[in-house]
Design a protein around this ligand. Structure first.
Ligand SMILES: NC(=O)c1ccc[n+]([C@@H]2O[C@H](COP(=O)([O-])OP(=O)(O)OC[C@H]3O[C@@H](n4cnc5c(N)ncnc54)[C@H](OP(=O)(O)O)[C@@H]3O)[C@@H](O)[C@H]2O)c1
Length: 233
């Protein structure tokens, strides 16, 4: 049987110097400079799909369209187990639903599913992840089956962490803003890494100053067990 390749996954976000994605109350607007926002839109235009978690939709209500760069809008994907995204969210309202996929699991009520589909959204029902969310490997497989070859993930913290933990991220493009927040939402949560030899690293990294921020863009390399043992020894 022919196997379907999962799309290449780029994770992109803006963080402060101390690794915060947002303030403690969840506000993340204006972490990066306006010129860096253009970079985000360029990246959206160069991917087949852009993906966020339901938490980001609830907090920021993003449109996930390309406005600050030339190019067409990617497909929008919201990872949303119980389909809690409001029907008037920007990713669904005003006809936007026709370009939006809602990735749910068995927790999504049938009525909400029908409501979203009546707006034109595609609802993909996926197996649950062990922690109760959506199985992200299965989601990427389904997207691959729909012809999606590249996905840009824009956050938030829970989705970024889960994808890194499951080794599903191929490229990381991070904007580091010269700001310190102290307490706040950390960009990446616990990955179970307890020694440096087991850290995830970037290779072929480019460092580009842009609009007062620094853009780091590179290929993600996961440690192998053998790496960890030989470096520790
Ligand atoms: N600085 C930046 O670049 C940037 C970018 C984006 C967001 N943000 C900020 O990030 C914050 C939101 O982050 P967040 O962590 O609360 O939300 P998130 O990562 O956007 O969404 C997390 C939610 O996605 C759903 N989900 C379903 N399956 C999942 C899985 N396998 N793994 C992980 N999540 C899964 C879960 O909700 P259900 O259980 O309901 O399905 C989960 O609570 C906001 O403050 C936002 O402003 C910052």
């Amino acid at each position: 049987m022919e196997s379907i390749e999962r799309p290449a996954v780029t994770v992109s976000y803006a963080q402060t110097l101390d690794g915060r994605l947002a303030t403690l109350d969840g506000s993340s607007q204006w972490i990066s400079a306006p010129d860096t926002l253009c970079f985000s839109h360029e990246l959206r235009a160069s991917h087949d799909a852009v993906m966020v978690g339901a938490g980001t939709v609830a907090r920021d209500d993003p449109r996930l369209t390309v406005r600050l760069a030339p190019g067409k809008n990617p497909l929008r994907v919201v990872v949303d187990s119980s389909l809690r995204t409001p029907m008037d969210a920007a990713v669904l309202a005003g006809g936007a639903a026709r370009g939006t996929i809602l990735a749910v699991n068995g927790r999504a009520p049938e009525g909400r599913r029908r409501e979203a589909e009546s707006l034109g959204a595609t609802v993909l029902r996926l197996p649950p992840a062990p922690d109760g969310g959506v199985d992200l490997g299965a989601l990427l497989g389904r997207l691959g089956g729909l012809g999606v070859r590249s996905v840009m993930v824009e956050g938030g913290a829970a989705l970024i962490t889960a994808l890194l933990r499951e080794r599903l991220v191929d490229r990381l493009a991070v904007c580091v803003a010269p700001k310190i927040l102290g307490a706040g939402i950390e960009a990446v949560g616990d990955l179970g890494v307890r020694d440096l030899a087991r850290s995830i690293s970037l290779t072929d990294v480019t460092f580009t100053p842009r609009g007062g921020d620094l853009l780091l863009d590179g290929r993600v390399e996961y440690p192998t067990y053998r790496d960890a043992v030989s470096r520790a020894g």
